[in-house]
Ligand binder design. Structure first.
Ligand code: NAD
Length: 479
């Protein structure tokens, strides 16, 4: 059994969707493993005037949607939950929160440890962090860790401003910026896979790789998130964070590094070597799309979705060619693609080797695919079939995957937060480089009107996404 952890969680946005759909179920799983047991409490805060009992009821309801455990254990777990009505701008409320946290710390013997979790609208992140500091919520004897959800800014300027605000209140080492893709098992396994397969690692460079493709595709549209999506678009929502972090896991140096500082430095170095784009290069290297209705006219076009402008210029699809100015990767295109209303859901990395790779005993032009979502035991494919059946032995999992473990991304990230392990969180320096890169694309797009909608729901996006690769003599592996 894992060692029990002690902490008081203060969840800003404790009545919201993220808290109920992801955080409380993850905390419950940790409770069932014993990692959280007697020495923890959760304070949910939000504006509504809920009682503790009402709050506990909502927590149990959310658990019942995901678990079929005996209700008794859910009720025992919910006894650790408390509610404090709170307006983020009201200083008095922070004092009340501080007193409640201190009282619960005594009651549960939580070691003066605090996890402040921002499950709240991004515009409040800075305000809350500043108040936590100025109203003296931070404890002296335990740790004080600030967890920030995405999006971290909407461009480099706003990200800088936000970072300035939170770093006045918390040192960088206590800030945990969530990118939930970094909590996914496959992404966390990639450094191990690289470190344990010397031939594969030896092939991961511009001598042997023709191109690398990262696809995050969804079959759904924006559903009820049209209002949010109108302020984001897929470039900000998926590329700046998740896709860049996936590239970081496969392409940064020294996968054997165990030290968080070294791992982050390698990732920062990689992102600092991003080949920034001129406006003309944006036109050439990035394409955008917006979904129309499907072939039968049954599905809503993006512009017909709730809270979406009739003439919206927001992209629901993008594909692009990302390049690095590094010794290891210079000349290798990283083709990235993400979109809504594609034929299927897919999260995958396809590594396409060239002919020279036969020097390493790998068959020429081999395609290695890492499937990020493990829905079955086929997580690594070689030329489209499970690697164990491929007849090529240059890659193996360090150990057989335990699919029963099925650790949810949020559960794994919460364990890291409680353990003070920042490896799977993003550093400010990484964000600065990726925002700078994304801004150059966004600015170009904002200066030119797109001819939207330009792809039919249920298809692979606009034709320009195919042409992007054809021009280089390549093609998408997942098509
Ligand atoms: P939500 O609208 O469901 O919840 C927002 C919460 O903030 C509610 O509890 C609300 O009562 C509270 N709140 C609003 N104004 C307040 C105020 N002035 N003072 C105090 N509390 C206030 O939103 P959500 O979907 O849970 O998202 C929360 C955060 O998590 C956002 O930053 C979002 O971008 C991020 N996020 C959410 C998801 C998800 O799956 N929902 C995924 C990734 C990131």
């Amino acid at each position: 059994m894992d060692t029990e952890k002690s902490a008081i969680f203060i969840i800003f946005g404790g009545s919201g969707d993220l808290a109920h759909r992801k955080l409380y179920p993850s905390l419950f799983r940790l409770y069932k493993t014993g990692l959280l047991k007697d020495h923890f409490a959760v304070i949910g805060t939000a504006r509504r005037p809920w009682s503790d009992d009402y709050f506990r009821g909502t927590v149990i309801t959310s658990l019942e949607e995901s678990f079929d455990d005996d209700k008794k254990i859910m009720e025992e777990f919910a006894k650790h939950f408390f509610y404090q009505s709170h307006d983020v701008n009201d200083s008095e409320h922070y004092i009340a929160l501080k007193n409640l946290a201190a009282k619960l710390d005594d009651q549960f013997e939580a070691g003066h440890n605090r996890v402040y979790y921002m499950a709240i609208a991004p515009r409040f992140f800075g305000t809350v962090a500043e108040h936590l500091n100025s109203e003296g919520l931070k404890t002296k004897d335990g740790y004080n860790r600030l967890v920030i959800e995405k999006p971290f800014g909407r461009d480099l300027d706003s990200a800088c401003e936000l970072n300035g605000n939170i770093s006045k209140a918390f040192p960088e080492d206590d800030i945990y910026r969530i990118d939930h893709y970094l909590g996914k098992e496959m992404i966390q396994d990639i450094p191990n896979i690289r470190a344990n397969n010397p031939k594969f690692e030896a092939a991961l460079n511009n001598k042997y790789v023709s191109n690398i493709q990262v696809t995050l595709a969804e079959s759904l549209g924006v559903e009820d998130r049209g209002g949010y999506y109108e302020t984001a678009g897929v470039l900000r929502d998926m590329v700046q964070n998740h896709i860049m972090q996936i590239i970081g896991s496969i392409a940064s140096d020294d996968p054997e590094a165990k030290d968080a500082g070294v791992i982050h430095k390698n990732k920062c170095d990689l992102f600092a070597s991003l080949k920034n784009l001129t406006p003309e290069e944006v036109d050439k290297n990035f394409v955008r799309g917006q979904y129309d209705t499907d072939e039968l006219g049954d599905e809503k076009a993006y512009r017909q979705e709730d809270k979406v402008a009739e003439d919206s210029q927001i992209e629901t699809f993008t594909a692009g060619k990302v390049e690095f100015n590094s010794k290891r990767w210079s000349g290798v295109p990283f083709y990235v693609r993400s979109g809504k209303r594609m034929p299927n859901k897919a999260s995958r990395i396809d590594i396409v080797f060239n002919e020279k790779v036969s020097e390493l005993g790998i068959k020429p032009n081999t395609v290695l695919t890492l499937l990020i979502e493990r829905t079955n035991d086929h997580s690594i494919l070689i030329n489209g079939i499970d690697y164990k059946e491929s007849g090529q032995d240059f890659i193996k999992f360090p150990e057989e995957p335990e699919f029963t473990k099925a650790c949810e991304a949020y559960e794994s990230l919460i364990i890291d937060i409680l353990s003070g392990n920042r490896v799977h969180f993003t550093l400010w320096d990484e964000l600065r480089s990726t925002w700078k890169y994304i801004d150059s694309i966004r600015e170009r797009w904002d200066s030119q009107k797109a001819d939207f909608p330009n792809y039919i729901s249920g298809t692979m996006g606009p034709d320009s996404a195919e042409m992007l690769l054809e021009r280089d003599g390549n093609s998408w592996i997942w098509d």
